[in-house]
Design a protein around this ligand. Structure first.
Ligand code: BG6
Length: 478
């Protein structure tokens, strides 16, 4: 009945969004370190600067200073009863320039201590290798994953940390939300996912997305092959941003548009799980005239380096509609996504759709028949601190409760094989899309705002005690 006994309840974060210490302990700058802060209220987007410029506000440089607070923060997660904690290794803490021959011992030691702290509390580390944090030098010098040499640098990095932590970490993921760049290949997504330095108006963005995406998939497959040699018990997954795409109506054209949209967004998952590039992608490349460099040997690696489980994030769903002038059903997020009248949205305009999580669990089960792990799901909101210091974030509890209920139905009623649920993010951190601190997800409040003011002290929100109960009862009491 219900969730498995060893269900991995916990939370997820990413190194660049909480660690800070961006230039400490021998760390080199990462692509996250050249991204400025944006602001939802004034609709100012994050900017990518050419290196680190004086006078700019780079929120990831300090973040919430987990680099110095991790013991205290992990103790708070243990207090909630966490079974798992998902974070990432900052690649440039280990290889500051990305192409270095020798890893940085101080960086390796930092993660040794962090993993030991988790194990002291019986918390299982779930580790992402690349979560929007490629060394900036690789983006600058090689144009990121457009250059095949970055595949080798990634594999060197992966094998270094696999070897070092082979007895401390069992669950791994290669690239975070590798597919987010797909249907909207703008500079922001390309620098996060592929670390390609480009501009929004570059007509080659889509071609570069496919070439660098293929190179990342090859890097992932080779890392998985090597990882299983280092420790055959490793469970190495992918990480997909699941945003189910519904047809706007039952017009068959809308359904075909939905199918094409899912192809474009989820072809990465097909490659990760099935080990080959699907025909619809080759056809698309032909139609667009994209000459993608993919050798027979690389295809063989894709085949041998499939994932052990499908990890994915879930925040929202979208609906898409057919446009009569779009006879080929090409899908672009900015043109083809339409409002879903059935759903409310968050303060950041993200549709709230609990049933979508059950739909997504079934979609993945039907397609791949592999274990799954939901490695992100959460609600970004403005929180209000009362005079007595308390924070009533019932809206966050409502969001998480409804999603966990739908997830429980997928397990109980539909029989999906779910390994765990690490919500995003147990502690307030810097938002990836906007660079804000005031877009909060945490059970633990961090006293710091968008302007960087606050003493970084931590406190428990109402949701902290709620989630503790959820874990205690293995999801029975929501
Ligand atoms: C996912 C990312 O896109 O969503 C995280 O993997 C990110 O890094 C999370 O933080 C929530 O998005 P945001 O933009 O609200 O921080």
């Amino acid at each position: 009945m219900s969730f498995r006994k060893d269900f991995l309840w916990g939370g997820a974060v990413a190194a660049h969004q909480l660690e800070g210490g961006w230039d400490q302990g021998g760390k080199g700058p990462s692509i996250a370190d050249v991204m400025t802060a944006g602001d939802n209220k004034t609709h100012s987007p994050r900017r990518i600067t050419d290196g680190i410029l004086p006078g700019e506000n780079y929120p990831n440089h300090e973040a919430i200073d987990f680099y110095h607070h991790y013991k205290e923060d992990i103790a708070l997660m243990a207090e909630m009863g966490f079974k798992a904690f998902r974070t990432s290794i900052a690649w440039s803490r280990i290889f500051p320039n990305g192409d270095d021959e020798i890893p940085n011992e101080e960086g390796l030691k930092f993660y040794d201590d962090m993993f030991d702290t988790m194990h002291q509390y019986g918390i299982e580390p779930v580790i992402t290798l690349a979560h929007f944090e490629m060394p900036y030098a690789l983006a600058k010098k090689y144009n990121g994953f457009m250059d095949k040499r970055c595949i080798d640098f990634f594999v060197r990095y992966a094998t270094t940390v696999f070897t070092r932590y082979k007895d401390k970490v069992k669950y791994w993921m290669t690239f975070n939300e590798i597919n987010n760049q797909s249907a909207n290949p703008c500079a922001h997504h390309l620098i996060q996912e592929g670390a390609i330095l480009t501009t929004d108006d570059n007509p080659d963005n889509e071609y570069m997305m496919y070439q660098s995406g293929i190179n990342e998939l090859i890097a992932s497959a080779r890392a998985i092959i090597e990882g299983h040699k280092i420790n055959p018990d490793f469970q190495i997954g992918c990480m997909i941003a699941m945003v189910p795409l519904y047809a706007h109506s039952c017009d068959p054209n809308d359904f075909m548009e939905m199918t094409a949209a899912n192809h474009k967004r989820y072809w990465f998952m097909d490659v990760h799980a099935n080990g080959f590039v699907p025909n619809y992608i080759f056809k698309y490349w032909d139609r667009k005239g994209y000459k993608i460099d993919l050798s027979e040997e690389e295809k063989e690696d894709l085949k041998n380096g499939t994932v052990d489980y499908i990890g994915w994030s879930y925040y929202m769903s979208h609906a898409c509609a057919y446009r009569p002038e779009n006879k080929d059903f090409d899908f672009y997020e900015d043109k083809d996504i339409v409002k879903n009248e059935y759903l409310k949205v968050s303060d950041w305009g993200w549709p709230i759709d609990p049933m979508g999580i059950r739909y997504a669990l079934n979609y993945i089960e039907d397609r791949y028949h592999k274990p799954q792990m939901i490695v992100e799901n959460g609600f970004g909101a403005y929180d209000k601190v009362e005079e007595d210091g308390s924070i009533d974030d019932s809206y966050r509890i409502d969001y998480l409760r409804s999603h966990i209920e739908a997830m429980r139905d997928a397990v109980n009623e539909d029989g999906v094989d779910l390994l765990g649920y690490t919500m995003w993010a147990p502690i307030d951190i810097v938002s990836a899309s906007t660079g804000e601190m005031d877009k909060r997800y945490g059970f633990i409040y961090v006293n710091k705002n968008n302007a960087g003011e606050g003493d970084l002290s931590r406190s428990r929100k109402k949701s902290f005690f709620w989630y503790k109960k959820v874990i205690e009862t293995n999801g029975e009491q929501l």
